[in-house]
Design a protein around this ligand. Sequence first.
Ligand code: LHQ
Length: 259
Amino acid sequence: TVLVAMDGGVLRLTLNRPEKLNSFNEEMHIALRAGLQRAHDEDAVRAVLLTGSGRGFSAGQDLGDRDPRKGGPAPDLGHTLETFYNPTLRLIRSLEKPVVCAVNGVAAGAGANIAFACDIVLAARSAKFIQAFSKIGLIPDAGGSWSLARILGEPRAKALAMTAEPLMAERAADWGLIWKAVDDDQLMAEAETLARSLAEGATRGLGLTKRLIQAAATNSLDEQLDMERDCQREAGRTADYAEGVTAFLEKRKPEFSGK
Ligand code: LHQ
């Protein structure tokens, strides 16, 4: 349910239930989490590229798995979040390596919000983001209530969440929810080039950059300045810093090792 491929330091994870628009069942959750865990564990992985197969990125939770007509006790969706979605969100945010997301088509419900949790999001111009939750009586999960409110502010966050109006890629970029919208036929090439160049970057420095930018939301300026001091101290001790400066002085391209 998730295709995994390693290429030049990029771990590519492709959500692969195209006939269900890559909606999440338990198997796909477990496979995605295993891929993200591998990115945490293996030094050889220096960037992640997340995308979907077929015409959609992900339609969120597989509602076929959740048919109330089948009877049984009322489901505990909090348990579903704690068991399946929240660990994935935490893995993406805590991975100190760049996570590029190529949104190849519609991203709905938790599918949209998993994309928004990634570090650099490119979307096909035809892709749209839908906070589908309100249509079925739910609240925006998979970090959506957090990322929408943080990135957009209350007015746009509330309108998107309450109306479930589709947001086209271009506008998502204008609003700062994603990095950019790309012509459909260019999306994968552009995302691959970006992921590859990040994988060839100074991995520790990029990881510390991610840590700092994510911490900024809750830090005071003083706390952030202290953290920059500590992170820069750590970055300054890496082989990649020495290589970066040497390459600059020698007027050549640096060859970063990720160390
Ligand atoms: C689907 C789905 C889907 C199953 C399309 N499930 N089959 C967390 C905790 C626990 C429980 C609940 O949820 C959550 C988090 C969530 O993510 S809640 C939000 C769940 N997602 C949605 O409500 C979105 C439902 N899907 C749609 O609104 C549409 O399919 C969109 C707008 C995504 C795409 O529309 P179309 O391009 O018109 O495609 P389609 O609707 O024709 O879908 C294609 C096929 O995919 C179709 O199957 P079929 O056998 O008829 O060809 C759909 O039934 C299936 N599919 N989403 N979430």
